[in-house]
Design a protein around this ligand. Sequence first.
Ligand code: F6R
Length: 609
Amino acid sequence: MCGIVGAIAKRSVSAILLEGQHRLEYRGYDSAGMAIFDGENLNRLRRAGKVQQLDDALKATPLPGSLGIAHTRWATHGQPNERNAHPHLSGERLAVVHNGIIENYAGFKAELQRKGYTFTSDTDTEVIAHLLSEELKTEPEFYTAFRQVIAKLEGAFALGVIHADFPDQLLCARKGSPLVIGVGIGENFIGSDPMALLQVTDRFIYLNEGDTACISLNEIRVHNSEGSLQALDIKRYEHGTQSADKGQYKHYMLKEIFEQPGVFQATLAGRLEQGRVNDALFGEQESQLMRDVKAVQIIACGTSSHAGMVARYWIEELTGLPCQVEIASEYRYRTTVTLPGTLFITLSQSGETADTLAALRVAKERGALATLAICNVPGSSLVRESDLCLMTQAGPEIGVASTKAFTTQLAALMILTLSLAKQRGLSAEKEAELVAALYSLPAKMEEVLTLSSRIEALATHFADKQHSLFLGRGALYPIAMEGALKLKEISYIHAEAYPAGELKHGPLALVDSDMPVVTVAPGNELLEKLKSNMQEVRARGGELYVFADVEAGIDEQEGYHVLSLPKVHPMMEAILYTVPLQLLSYYVAVIRGTDVDQPRNLAKSVTVE
Ligand code: F6R
């Protein structure tokens, strides 16, 4: 999704802004631009395509100056071309960058056009620039005029604004889209996330919903939506152990797949000890709260929702609590029944996904007992707005396709399941067995990673295919869904997942020799059923790609391509079997030559609904 960077300093800011834009590239975007005040004029440069194109353009036409804003745009209103790229101007002295959507822009646009303003883009953003110009005709104070405009806007947005007539002020606002202020010494910054600014500061103010701010070289004023001046809460950014560069790997996604043993281990650390789950996962007081839980509701989007679906199998089996899982964009807009004593869990890598955040707010109104965020980004909106949080320790995830965030979510969810189960009579013996099984996973993941060249060879069979099916049963069904999502998002091959028992209720009609069928088939109690489903596929000439363990007893034979995986505790199969499917989609995408880390049309942090 769009990214904002802004700076007010005594030094030249274009390199700082550009570095910030590069650091925001992982979010997904289709054009980039920058506007800088050079002491006299406001100069702007924009390019469709990659930040590198803007970078090249800046080499030819440098933008000097120490006050500036920059943007990476992911198109919502208007095509992804230069004319629609941000910053947008009103006249020659005011520039705006915007993330999100202004829902009531059309009425304003018509009114501003009647007043003689000319629009040069198809965006909703340009309205904000002209509205502010209009407001400044009657309100001489820049920040006051800005807040008056903000009060008129409906929708979700983060904004950065500069004006050549007010060169000592960088203004910003946040409503529905994340924005942080980076605090420097004699210079200050804004960014869509801390990552954009880590090259210049590690001290951040996380703006709250409805906040606006006026930033100068040595002063930061933040007001809430009621107009009250806020005390500044400056937080130091905790650098994780994972660095945000690619290292020896060709793609971030591959690096992140290979980081999984380490980050999985890190997510367990401190939460399990001596064969037991830590009794005070959330502190003493919260232990009683967790005892009062009578039902669990999990909400998430995309890959994170697949983690929730896996957890439902675990929670219902080990705790006896009813567990519902729903996609956030559905939950928020329908009438739901909240069972008494519901623990409302949101799952999110970024903690900024618009639908998940909105669902959390709705759940509070619907009367959840407590809200818990399982999230990877400290200080994110989801974490700040939830009663409790369980942080995953995946470190920065840059590849758009989520990998290590997913497996660490599963680690956190298993820990939570064990904690809830313990309070509901899980025997110490069973607890120790499952804790040991969790601890064994990083080493098993390492074993799976050594199979990457075999998986790469399997991937060649997919390179010329248009469609594929993924089958699983039990907790492996959501893993089949996750495998299919990975394949479609980075290789653009149509992939569908089914619970294997559903095959004969429709999808079998698709099966022929051109339809690769991937099955996740550990040797568990559902295997015999799955084997029958595989035979149904073979009988129609379908090619099977089977991920199984030695005990599954499935041999390589005509139409069966088998990858043998290490044996793992049945409760942990979903976690382990994720890894080879990630590698499969990665290698298919590499062979097809797609943009693995930034697949077309997708964004890492989906901050609009
Ligand atoms: C797929 C993927 C997305 C995200 C989804 C939710 O690989 O990354 O489906 O899982 O957009 O994002 P978060 O977890 O940040 O809420």
